[in-house]
Design a protein around this ligand. Structure first.
Ligand code: MG
Length: 162
């Protein structure tokens, strides 16, 4: 039994804030605003898992008005979502994700992101794909005002995992 889910997330970029993507801190003049650590990639993947489970979205499970999640490590939120999937008998089969950020270039950080995410998702690194795109100077991403991430996740029942 397999289930598929899609996730998407956007955070506004502001000077002086940290930029964390896939659990990796990236040196950047602008970082992401948010209630948690504003890791758009981790949030998109978590939403994709919740979507596959028909369990709502991150805001349902971790409300942004709840002080418990202020500055939260999003990999911990993601781990909690993976645990939720496991409670229903599902594990992650693979993830494909795209991050859209005008700068800096993310390619040097992709492998570290894949490794951190794979560890959190309890899968091999070769089951986690992270791709990076720019906004080509168009819209909020292209204006370096936002970072966006999207993800597709396949879950499999533990007893029928391929
Ligand atoms: Mg978010």
């Amino acid at each position: 039994m397999f289930r598929i889910g899609i996730g998407h997330d956007t955070h506004r970029l502001t000077e002086g804030l940290p930029l964390i993507l896939g659990g990796v801190t990236i040196e950047s003049l602008r970082g992401a605003e948010g209630h948690s650590d504003a890791d758009a990639l981790a949030h998109a993947i978590a939403d994709a898992i919740l979507g596959a489970l028909c369990e709502g979205d991150l805001g349902v499970h971790f409300p942004d008005r709840d002080p418990r999640w202020q500055g939260a490590d999003s990999l911990q939120l993601l781990a909690r979502v993976v645990w939720l999937a496991q409670q229903s008998g599902y594990t992650v089969v693979n993830v494909d994700a795209t991050v859209m950020l005008e700068r800096p270039r993310l390619r040097p950080h992709i492998q570290a992101m894949r490794e951190k995410l794979a560890q959190t998702l309890a899968v091999n690194t070769n089951c986690v794909s992270v791709k990076a795109k720019t906004g080509e100077g168009v819209d909020a991403v292209g204006d370096w005002r936002a970072v966006t991430a999207m993800a597709v996740v396949l879950l499999g029942k533990t007893d029928s995992k391929v």
